[in-house]
Write a protein that binds this ligand. Structure first.
Ligand code: TRH
Length: 376
């Protein structure tokens, strides 16, 4: 593998998804392809949550083989990389763009410029993947790279050592390490990572009133105050009510978050990166999709459900759709739960098949690297 320089630009819009995806990609490029990767981030604080080794105020640091730099205004005059990725159309600094266009003056080729898009299961993505867009003034062309579920898209992020790491996972050590209580036989362990959701109270009530013991692991974050409110509290880390036990988890480093998903029988996830990780975990999932102002997220949610549920029996499709919609609508979760719970054995088998099918194709990082090789 040649030692091309890659620059990745990440603007943190909110939460952890933008940097979550960029960090995963940067690490993979450095660790698996031995590439020289520089990651420019306009807010280092969320990165330090995902990766506690990173410092929030270092001007320059190397973490997991990746050079991490704060993206500040004005942007410094730096050597332009051979491959430039702007994540989620974050708009590169003007002086960097000008320097990209000027590379031929130094006897170098123009950099390969890519925009890594958000993930969507919609059909049109296949037609737009790898499309080009010329810069309006400069002699530069941007390539649009779409992650996706079908072979005609850029695929999904998945580390080459994923299966090995999973095979080494020790649930007993994980439980002990986080002081997680045991679940009685026949119980269900659930992880609950979501945005604020006013449907959570009725769901917790259904779990508390049900016959089946449920252990619910809630990562620290935006949903927690509503979980506390259900128990009439405003702090605390473990609660029980009827059949339900809730355990609050600290926000774990990104490399450990997979373990939560492997440990649980059912995972509630959100955004983009945790949503993909839950699919690799091969367990049933419930997706709290990132809400968009024009409600386009509902189209995206439906597009994924249509793809995901295509081979499921009708009864399971109904249960899955009704529960996901209730979670999205933040109402009716308690009513939709029994049918969803009844479908879990079938959804578990399906999650395994789905993960295997997706893993049989090239992952996003491999697709990107191969695209770069082809383009030179
Ligand atoms: O945090 P998210 O909601 O992120 C986003 C952003 O809001 C973004 O603006 C939006 O465009 C995008 O979603 C779609 O959800 P996501 O993508 O799942 O990112 C969460 C990250 O946090 C993911 O990398 C997993 C990680 N994580 C940990 O590392 N430790 C933890 O304990 C938990 C719960 C998550």
């Amino acid at each position: 593998m040649d030692k091309r320089q890659w620059d990745i630009f990440c603007a943190v819009v909110d939460n952890y998804g933008d940097i979550g995806v960029c960090w995963r990609l940067a690490r993979q490029l450095a660790e698996e392809y031995d590439l020289a990767v520089r990651l420019w981030v306009d807010d280092l604080a969320p990165l330090t949550r995902l990766c506690p080794e990173a410092s929030v105020d270092a001007e320059q640091q190397v973490v997991a083989g990746v050079e991490v730099r704060p993206w500040r205004q004005p942007f410094p005059d730096v050597q332009v990389a051979d491959v430039v990725i702007e994540a989620f159309a974050c708009e590169l600094p003007e002086n960097y763009l000008v320097a990209m266009a000027a590379r031929p003056n130094q006897g170098l080729s123009l950099p390969l410029w890519l925009n890594l898009e958000y993930l969507s299961a919609e059909d049109w993505v296949e037609g737009c993947h790898r499309m080009t867009s010329p810069h309006p003034r400069l002699p530069l062309t941007k390539h649009i790279f779409f992650p996706g579920f079908s072979p005609r898209t850029g695929g999904l992020l998945r580390e080459q050592d994923y299966d090995e790491r999973r095979a080494r996972f020790d649930p007993a050590a994980f439980r002990a390490g986080l002081d997680i209580p045991a679940v009685p036989a026949g119980g269900l362990t659930v992880s609950l990572f979501a945005y604020e959701n006013s449907g959570v109270g009725e769901l917790l009530a259904a779990w508390a009133e049900g016959d089946r013991p449920i252990l619910c692991l809630v990562p620290e974050g935006r949903l927690l105050p509503q979980v506390w409110a259900f128990f009439g509290q405003d702090a605390g880390s473990r609660y029980s009510c009827g059949s339900l036990t809730v355990q609050v988890l600290p926000f774990l480093p990104q490399s450990k978050y997979d373990q939560v998903l492997w440990f649980c029988d059912l995972n509630f996830v959100r955004g983009e990166d945790s949503f993909v990780r839950a699919q690799w975990a091969a367990k049933p999932l419930v997706w709290h999709i990132y809400p968009q102002e024009d409600s386009h997220h509902q189209v995206k949610l439906q597009a994924f459900l249509t793809r995901y549920a295509a081979s499921l029996p009708e009864v399971d499709v109904r249960a899955l759709t009704a529960f996901w919609q209730a979670w999205e609508n933040q109402a009716g979760t308690g009513i939709a739960w029994p049918a969803f719970e009844a479908a879990l054995p079938s959804l578990t088998a399906h999650a395994g098949t789905w993960a295997k099918t997706l893993a049989n194709r090239r992952d996003l990082t491999a697709e990107l690297v191969s695209f770069v090789m082809e383009s030179r």
